[in-house]
Design a binder for this molecule. Structure first.
Ligand code: MN
Length: 226
């Protein structure tokens, strides 16, 4: 063990469904515009765009059930319900037909977004980091082990009212294609998480509201703001 000048930061981790052990998080990658209706609502053209990626720091992870202070620096916090892929193996230039062999499990996630800062960044052609990668911006439910891609509905509720409701089959780039694409840009590693994009219906969450993301067959990802 080397000697450090500071105590090293703790390992960020997420609960695993049905297991007392936890999943250690390495990096968080996120796909933009992976459902046609959402691409249109954000002003994009779903037919003309390959997948693109942004990141959040690993320590942005929030466990389901957390009650958080309302984020700083925004007057327009948005929810984005997403299927999250947890990788158990890594690699580069992974062929699409081998991509699911990297998957350790899946979770429901909420890609919290400071939409006002994102709109400013887009208008000024600046990076998205401060609109996407802020403190406590990656809400995750418990990870369900297994590489088979979940099927069925993905929903978001704000104080019980359904705001997003789509089918996972509506993804433009399926899970295997996302992994294959991303592995051509970075060498993937065990512990990496990939948020796979959100369907239409993104919208605001206010202080004193609770937001729950549900993916069929997975544990929900809930967060409340004080
Ligand atoms: Mn997103």
């Amino acid at each position: 063990m080397p000697d450090y000048v500071l105590p090293p930061p703790p390992v960020v981790s997420v609960p695993v469904d049905g297991d007392s052990r936890r999943f250690p998080v390495r990096r968080i990658f996120c796909v933009g515009r992976n459902y046609a209706e959402h691409a249109r609502e954000m002003g994009g053209n779903p037919d003309a765009e390959p997948p693109f990626f942004f990141t959040k720091p690993a320590d942005a992870v929030v466990e389901s059930g957390a009650v958080l202070p309302f984020p700083v620096a925004t007057a327009d916090l948005h929810h984005e319900a997403e299927l999250v892929v947890a990788l158990g193996a890594g690699g580069a230039f992974v062929p699409t037909d081998a991509a699911l062999s990297l998957v350790w499990g899946y979770a429901a996630g909420n890609d919290l977004t400071r939409r006002d800062l994102q709109a400013e960044a887009k208008a000024a052609r600046r990076p998205w980091d401060m609109s996407k990668g802020f403190d406590a911006s990656a809400v995750l439910g418990a990870i369900r082990p297994g590489s088979a891609v979940p099927q069925g509905r993905i929903r978001c509720r704000v104080d019980g009212r359904v705001t997003q409701d789509a089918d996972l089959s509506e993804m433009i780039w399926p899970v295997a294609g996302i992994i294959a694409h991303l592995s051509r840009l970075v060498t993937l590693a065990p512990g990496d998480l990939i948020f796979t994009g959100t369907p239409a219906g993104v919208g605001p969450i206010s202080a004193r509201q609770t937001c729950v993301v549900e993916v069929e067959g997975l544990a929900p990802a809930a967060v409340s703001f004080r």
